[in-house]
Design a protein around this ligand. Structure first.
Ligand code: ADP
Length: 229
């Protein structure tokens, strides 16, 4: 990979559409995505040692340890880096200042050739809450496609409660219940200002997207802001 190869860090509250925009980037641009949340949920559904350890943490909306996440992301990045691809999305990472620092050290040390872009998703808390309360995911751990039950959404499943991609049932995420969502949102807001301050300090421009608009429009805005033709 060279500097034309992008690494986009998607920073935004739950329900902002990070995963949905990642889907567009995978499908339309051939990019690869690491969703730390999806990876952790896969461990839980496979009941690995790690999965058993993090199940309760995730259900209650708390964050998994920085050390564990940093190791996971580094391994994934090295693997993708060795295979080569046009662009990479880190969806939901970094989430804390310790994660941002670890990632920055990794880039300065080993992945200098890549161009790092921070993409911030701007959306009102109430819009995020409404989206999450109507959000369903495919229960197949290898799929985890996301759907919306909102009446006019383009993300409604074609068939009631079944995944368009793999036909598995779709259901609610254990951490998508209102009491937990509010905690997740306030935790996000608490870390967001630290992250933005960190990127400002190291001189990395933060690209801001209006995540309240439709997915198609968000994808177009993203391409324009990222200078992708
Ligand atoms: P959302 O962005 O909708 O909150 P994710 O699927 O990205 O959901 O994450 C779900 C959960 O996985 C988080 O609430 C947290 O417990 C855990 N998690 C995901 N990414 C990280 C991370 N970078 N650091 C710590 N915990 C994480």
């Amino acid at each position: 990979m060279s500097r034309e190869h992008r690494v986009a860090l998607f920073i935004g509250p739950p329900g902002a559409g990070k995963g949905s925009l990642s889907e567009y980037c995978k499908r339309e641009l051939g990019w690869k995505q690491l969703s730390t949340g999806n990876l952790l949920r896969r461990h839980i559904s496979e009941q690995t040692e790690l999965g058993k350890h993090i199940d309760l943490i995730i259900k209650s909306g708390k964050l998994v340890s920085d050390e564990l996440i940093n190791t996971m992301v580094e391994q994934w990045l090295r693997e993708v880096y060795s295979q080569g691809c046009t662009g990479v999305i880190l969806d939901g990472y970094p989430r804390t200042i310790a994660q941002a620092k670890a990632l920055n050290t990794l880039f300065e040390r080993d992945l200098k050739a890549l161009q790092l872009n921070v993409v911030r998703f701007l959306v009102d808390d109430q819009v995020a809450i409404d989206r999450i309360s109507a959000r369903f995911i495919c229960i197949n751990k290898d799929c985890q496609a996301v759907y919306s039950g909102l009446k006019h959404s383009s993300m409604r499943p074609k068939e009631d409660m079944a995944c368009d991609k793999c036909q598995s049932p779709i259901g609610k995420r254990k951490d998508d219940h209102e009491s937990v969502v509010k905690d997740r949102l306030s935790m996000y807001r608490k870390h967001e200002s630290d992250l933005l301050h960190f990127y400002q300090k190291i001189g990395l421009k933060v690209i801001e997207c209006d995540a309240g608009q439709s997915m198609g429009n968000l994808f177009n805005e993203f391409k324009t802001l990222m200078n992708i033709h």
